[in-house]
Write a protein that binds this ligand. Structure first.
Ligand code: FEO
Length: 170
């Protein structure tokens, strides 16, 4: 049901979703140390989301009778100068993910693989939300820059985020 090219490309994306999770875990570590528990919580939830993205792809590869091949990861970004910079790096990362998902969809379309296109549609939609969420938080952080009370309010807001498994979210 999947060509070797598609299996290889989705395996690469499984690696990148794991790497995304690793990046957000690194950002969580930054916020834990910076004593911003709400932002640390937001990153912890984001870590779980990325792992669930990898898991969704993992099962698609298996369910189509193919082999998942795990790959190593680079060291994630670890040093940040401010909460704003963390979310700016997160947005840049999500823009890369969006480009990668679009390239995967292009490949599925070129190969006229309908199952892969339907599967990838979920990720195309998800990336709209991923970029929008990061943009909203960046806008808020820019508004309060230098105002400790405003930063605390954003931190409290981000403390409310909870992880919703994909099956339940759909
Ligand atoms: Fe799995 Fe944040 O995209």
């Amino acid at each position: 049901m999947l060509s070797d090219n598609l299996v290889s490309a989705i395996n690469d994306q499984i690696q990148f979703e794991h790497y995304s999770a690793f990046i957000y875990k690194s950002m969580q570590a930054y916020f834990e140390t910076a004593d911003l528990p709400g932002m640390a919580n937001w990153m912890s939830v984001q870590f779980q989301e990325e792992m669930s993205h990898a898991e969704k792809m993992f099962h698609f590869v298996c369910d189509t009778g193919n082999r998942v091949v795990l790959q190593g990861m680079d060291t994630p970004h670890r040093e940040f100068s401010s909460p704003l910079e963390v979310f700016e790096v997160a947005l840049e990362h999500e823009q890369i993910v969006t480009a990668r998902i679009n390239a995967l969809m292009d490949l599925a379309q070129q190969e006229k693989n309908h199952a892969a296109q339907i599967f990838l549609q979920w990720f195309v939609t998800e990336q709209i939300e991923e970029e929008a969420t990061a943009n909203h938080i960046i806008a808020k952080l820019k508004r309060v820059e230098g105002d400790g009370r405003g930063l605390m309010m954003i931190d409290q807001e981000l403390a409310q985020r909870t992880f919703v498994p994909i099956a339940a979210a759909n």
